[in-house]
Design a protein around this ligand. Sequence first.
Ligand code: NAD
Length: 291
Amino acid sequence: MKIGFIGLGNMGAPMAANLAKAGHEVTGFDLVSDPPAGVARADSAAAAATGAEVVVTMLPDGAILRAVADAIHPAMAPGAVHLDCSTVDVDSARDVARRAEERGLRPMDAPVSGGVGGAQAGTLTFMAGGAPETYAIVAPLFDIMGKKAVLCGGPGAGQSAKICNNMILGATMLATCEAFALADKLGLDRQAMFDVVSTSSGYSWTMNAYCPAPGVGPQSPADNGYEPGFAAGLMLKDLRLAQAAAEATGAATPIGAAATAEYARFAEEEGGAGRDFSAVLPWLSGRSRSE
Ligand code: NAD
């Protein structure tokens, strides 16, 4: 397939490289980064999109996605697919999809989970929103870049699934860390706490697979000085997208709102943005109830 790839950052570069390695003809563009091995360089986003059957975008946010979409859609041939893998707000995803459809293009939002490690290893999970016929066209690309893909519904459904998942993730991580901080104050051994909770009704992915306490449970960023992993700043981005969606739809999300406020305090006010999102454990343990 002839593929254009726009946004060759931490995630985009290894994803584009994997598509090229699998034999696709990939042309990339980024404002700053050089294309990885096997990916040809274009001088503009429009040039990368010209003649491509699929154009993948992997960009920082919704405003940039909208601007890039305005630049590439006129260059794309009718029937070509715009596959956006960025994590953006649901409104931007739907708006970009609508504008693509007006031009006879096939839009699909497909944000990912799995992080930079998953992008490099080709083991990402894709949450897709768009038409089933479009999904059928890009499914072989999901197979190369990832290990799992789910078609969640129409335009914006991929972004919706991603922010709902990550709202649970952020809230659950905070709850898990709070429980460890309380257990510490109660004089409860962290290993005993893990052994009980991981096999009781308080179990979760954050406890069982990504335990925030160093030396307890499986290997996780806690065992590596809280190097990410999944950075607290990115967790905050996703929690804010969930809050924006809750505002727009009138959904009640009191725990999601509280998690957003805590991660904002940790990541922005107290400099934790670049640490793993499980580093809220030492942060909470060091805090008193009144702080
Ligand atoms: P990044 O900042 O490393 O990469 C984004 C790239 O987009 C940069 O190289 C930047 O130069 C480029 N860019 C910005 N504006 C551009 C434009 N107008 N034209 C062309 N290129 C432009 O970010 P990342 O970590 O690769 O993340 C990309 C997306 O994936 C984000 O939406 C992020 O939320 C999401 N995501 C990231 C992770 C992760 O662990 N890093 C995990 C899941 C999802």
